[in-house]
Design a protein around this ligand. Sequence first.
Ligand code: DAT
Ligand code: MG
Length: 135
Amino acid sequence: MTERTFVIIKPDAVRAGIVGEILSRYEREGLGLEAIEMRSIDGDFADRHYAAHLERDFYPPLREFMTSGPVVAVVVSGPDAVRRVRTIHGATDPAEAAPGTIRADHATSVRENAVHGSDSPESAEAEIALWFPRG
Ligand code: DAT
Ligand code: MG
């Protein structure tokens, strides 16, 4: 059964000029690209996306980072898309990310880690509704 997940190509990766490099990895794995949009978000929108993390010590600098430049919002689809995208991304901390993953290859720190991927089908649908409210 086809599943959808939500990806953000974060400001560090947009600045590094690797948007196409990242998108090609999902396509190479046979996943589909359902929607793509480049945009800049403000702090209030970052708070809505990261609602689960608002009280964490790492959140204020994360909020600053996520609003530091344009991001690319992507809906990715395919069987088991949530899990497969997180495998393609690698661990949150690039020091722990498996070789050949996006974060191993491109993340510069646990904060500036190139990509976001939803952690469950339920959060994927909630994130897609937030970022692409008109479907
Ligand atoms: P993931 O993005 O792998 O799902 P998460 O949901 O636990 O990770 O955290 C969201 C983001 O917050 C993560 O991509 C980077 C930042 N973050 C998490 N833990 C952090 C930490 N210990 N120090 C700095 N930033 C952190
Ligand atoms: Mg997460």
